[in-house]
Design a protein around this ligand. Structure first.
Ligand code: ZN
Length: 100
């Protein structure tokens, strides 16, 4: 026995997102922009989820990067970029299912 729970995800320390809530805010996703340096601050589970999100900071702004990995293909999209404090509250909404 490995000592880990058998149920996938149960022992996972990463964030598992709840499903989007009714009436959630729809973010606009576009193809990744180039930033000189991106700092990934927080992320959701990418072991047990085909779609995961990362909270990224770059050039004084922050945005959310969404990665969908399905059928051997990885599609990356960026949200709009906002001031950090604004991006932070949108990130919280994403985590709680109030925005996607
Ligand atoms: Zn997980």
């Amino acid at each position: 026995m490995s000592g880990r729970y058998e149920t996938p995800g149960l022992s996972c320390p990463a964030l598992h997102l709840p499903p989007a809530q009714g009436g959630h805010r729809l973010l606009s996703w576009s193809s990744p922009r180039r930033f000189e340096r991106i700092r990934v601050v927080e992320w959701t589970c990418h072991e047990h989820r085909v779609t995961f999100y990362e909270f990224c900071e770059a050039g004084g702004l922050a945005f959310i990067r969404r990665t969908v990995a399905a059928k051997g293909k990885t599609v990356v999209a960026h949200s709009d970029a906002w001031r950090r404090i604004e991006a932070r509250s949108i990130w919280i909404d994403v985590l709680s299912g109030m925005a996607r």
